[in-house]
Design a protein around this ligand. Structure first.
Ligand code: COA
Length: 151
């Protein structure tokens, strides 16, 4: 199992990226601007994340996803810690991430990795996504913003 950058000639793993973000235009935009990493097992891509510099000293985790058949085995955590290391290696001071008010597993993942909640972007999902998003029986409306310092 290895984590490696997406090569410039490779097609991004849209099936995985769309698990985390239903907007293909938004995915295309941040994959183009940012750095995409793939988690590969025996030549098959089973995980992905995308990091984007959003301001000097700050990177944002724009997307992180693990194939449904491989979830719950610690791979999301592995990718997240790799993203944190990439942030450190790039001499960034802060890594940020945003997730939905209904995304309990994701909120657990980020907080267990040392991210703290910094704010709520109310109605982010109602404003930016045409389709309604529902998870855990709750409408996803607000973006919970979290960040971790990179000492
Ligand atoms: N309550 C408490 N902890 C929970 C939890 C819950 N409901 N769900 C997950 N966790 C914890 C796990 O126990 C684990 O912590 P631990 O290491 O202390 O046991 C941690 O979260 C990470 O679990 P892991 O197995 O590494 O996660 P994963 O491989 O399933 O990947 C996602 C997590 C979010 C990347 C994966 O579920 C996914 O791809 N989801 C769809 C895409 C998505 O929503 N991406 C994020 C967009 S913001």
């Amino acid at each position: 199992m290895e984590i490696r950058p997406l090569s410039p000639t490779e097609t991004p793993p849209y099936d995985l990226l769309l698990l985390a973000d239903p907007s293909r235009p938004m995915i295309d935009e941040y994959v183009k601007q940012g750095k995409c990493f793939l988690l590969e097992e025996s030549g098959t891509v089973i995980g992905v994340y995308v990091l984007l510099q959003t301001r000097p000293g700050t990177v944002e985790l724009m997307n992180i996803a693990v194939a449904e058949t491989h979830q719950g085995k610690g791979l999301g955590k592995k990718l997240l810690l790799h993203a944190v290391e990439q942030g450190r290696a790039g001499a960034y001071q802060t890594i940020k991430v945003g997730t939905g008010n209904s995304s309990f597993a994701q909120l657990a993942l980020y907080q267990k990795a040392g991210f703290r909640i910094t704010g709520i972007d109310r109605d982010f999902f109602t404003r930016n996504y045409e389709e309604e998003i529902w998870e855990n029986g709750i409408r996803c409306r607000d973006m919970i913003r979290l960040e971790r310092e990179l000492p």
